[in-house]
Design a protein around this ligand. Structure first.
Ligand SMILES: [Zn+2]
Ligand SMILES: [Zn+2]
Length: 260
């Protein structure tokens, strides 16, 4: 089985302090490529530096909606610089999070629109973080996302009905280990209707270890195999076939070269 962790935060201290061992365990488990996702410019800087050191490690650069209230025009300029790095394969994570109100809706919307503009200019896909803001996220995408080629809703937590709307728009959907949790019936119903060709998987580590490893407090890319096996079973697809399909989907979506 060969998998790509399409959304991890390898620059966070829980992981970066042991990065060699973390990546080694990941490869041993069959998770052989990674997209580490920036959440502010300090993390984007670290992510780009980390990607320069390791093969098959790619970067998404973005400023998380939680940080929106602190963002200046200079931050956006710096983000544009990062987007030019050859290991950067996406813009994000960006979007709207009305669950935690760390920044106001107006601040989040402004920052989200700036990311969409940057993605269009740099011809890169966008990784969307959207929580308790389904209508608003689609509204901003309609108004500011027309020049963006490819869109991925990460850590999908909406319903099957909402998944259908997203698929109809041509977007992709990614699931974390959250889908394996006992109380995640709604997410499982959504995962059931997303075709494997439109689906990706991610750890979003260091958070949210999948079952049966949920007790492991620090999640890491190696644990992605549990989410892969779980979803393959849920969707009644042989695990090898499922892995091949989602890996291919991820490779094409992010325009990744062959794994070295
Ligand atoms: Zn997120
Ligand atoms: Zn994330």
């Amino acid at each position: 089985m060969e998998l790509i962790d399409t959304h991890c935060h390898l620059t966070f201290p829980e992981l970066v302090d042991n990065i060699e061992a973390v990546l080694q365990r990941s490869k041993a488990a069959g998770v052989t490529a990674w997209i580490t996702v920036g959440t502010d410019n300090a993390e984007n800087q670290k992510a780009v530096e980390l990607a320069e050191k390791f093969d098959n490690l790619y970067v998404a650069v973005g400023i998380h909606p939680h940080e929106a209230k602190n963002v200046t025009n200079d931050d956006i300029k710096q983000l544009k610089q990062f987007a030019r790095n050859e290991k950067v394969v996406a813009i994000g994570e960006t979007g709207l999070d009305f669950h935690y109100d760390f920044s106001s809706p107006a601040e989040q919307i402004r920052l989200f629109a700036a990311h969409l503009q940057l993605a269009a200019e740099s011809n890169l896909p966008v990784i969307i973080h959207s929580r308790k803001s389904f209508e608003e996220t689609l509204d901003i995408l309609d108004r500011h996302g027309t020049g963006v080629g490819k869109i991925l809703f990460h850590c999908f937590g909406y319903t099957a009905q909402e998944a259908k709307i997203i698929l109809k728009k041509g977007f992709h959907i990614s699931f974390t280990g959250q889908v394996t949790f006992k109380n995640a019936q709604k997410t499982r119903e959504a995962a059931e209707i997303v075709p494997a060709e439109k689906l990706m998987i991610e750890t979003d580590c260091p958070y949210m270890s999948p079952e049966p490893m949920r007790k492991q407090k620090i999640n890491e890319p190696a644990l992605l195999i549990h989410t892969a096996k779980f979803l393959a079973e849920l969707k009644n697809i042989p695990p090898e076939d499922f892995a091949q399909t989602v890996t291919n989907t991820s490779r094409v979506f992010f325009n990744l070269p062959q794994i070295k």
